[in-house]
Design a protein around this ligand. Sequence first.
Ligand code: GTP
Ligand code: MG
Length: 395
Amino acid sequence: MITVALAGKPNAGKSTFYTAATMADVDVANYPFTTIDANRGVTHVRTECPCLDREERCGNENCRDGKRYVPVELLDVAGLVPGAHEGKGLGNQFLDELTNADVVLNVVDASGATNAEGEPVAVGAHDPLDDVDFIEEEMDLWLAGIVDRNWESVERKSRSPDFDLDESITDLLTGFGATEHDVATVLRELEYPDDPKAWTADDREALARAIRRRTKPIVVVANKVDAAPDGAVDRLREGTDKPVIPATADGELALRRAAEAGVLDYDPGDDDFEIVGEVSDGQRAGLDAIRGVMDEYGGTGVQTALNAAVYDLLDRITVFPVQDASKWTDGTGNVLPDAFLLPSGSTPPDLAYAVHTDIGEGYLHAVDARSSRRIGESHELSEGDVIKIVSTAGP
Ligand SMILES: Nc1nc2c(ncn2[C@@H]2O[C@H](COP(=O)(O)OP(=O)(O)OP(=O)(O)O)[C@@H](O)[C@H]2O)c(=O)[nH]1
Ligand SMILES: [Mg+2]
């Protein structure tokens, strides 16, 4: 499963985002380092369900009237402070947790009401732009430290006659999620000495930065927009080349709880909601305030941020494998039972392997269930494709 990690300074709203996105109960409070042990849970990205092209909705537990939710893992970790890579705050512990992440949501407090250490200050007293770069810097320097400490292994291997630099560096970085292809691509863009013993600390740091950029892309979540001064989001957007998603994690949490209590008609990622139950005047005022933020930004931003991370930065598409190409069902009659988030450019054999190694190895051909036509082995799949795989290992 794809892992999305929430990173950011303390008190930015990571755990609030996590609770809203997973509906799991975790500690949230207005002081730094509320979270110490990482929280790990399941959230979803949202897409259109292919069942919208049929007469009836599919009834899958992850489909709400054609809004299809595809599971991804979400990780909530301790807040990071400047100097974390050297162990400041709860530093290294958090950074090690990031090793498993495929993509990072850097949650910043767009209201500027918390300083670099996450302590409360007056609204606008802290510049949120400062919080954007330092997370990246901490991640880069942390990885540079790992490369430094383990470089000796590369030097040692270089004495062997069949030494391969790409391979040795890949060995060093696989634990961080870097493939041989990542390493080769990054090395092509860098200048460095052939002999690993001649590499300087700067050479290693340049390698670490490039690998981090490639393997842990970042979306900036401009959280607490409900309390942010005018222009705060624009300022963030002008100050960084990363995607910036305005959000109110707190607002999303309120909506999900109210929806769960049957008071609201709201599905995650909707740009509006409807009050369908009894609410007090105070609750109505609170909901109206959230609606004001949603009107301005097109929603609460929580779903938008998750979708941006998975569909834009990781460049994934959703593909739905089925066994019956006319009914779009699995062997027991469930309509559109599964959804896979494949890298864009994936082919039918890639889907077969994603379903199961045996299905991949026994791959014979595939059928596009929409057109009932066979598709070739090198056919590039698209978002929302419904595909029947025929395999010697299949049912
Ligand atoms: N106004 C406003 N406050 C928010 C929002 N999201 C979170 N908060 C508040 O910000 C404070 C910190 O929230 P947490 O979710 O605990 O922050 P954290 O980033 O997990 O903090 P640490 O675990 O200490 O690193 C709490 O008081 C939240 O209620 C938001 O969208 N708007
Ligand atoms: Mg927390």
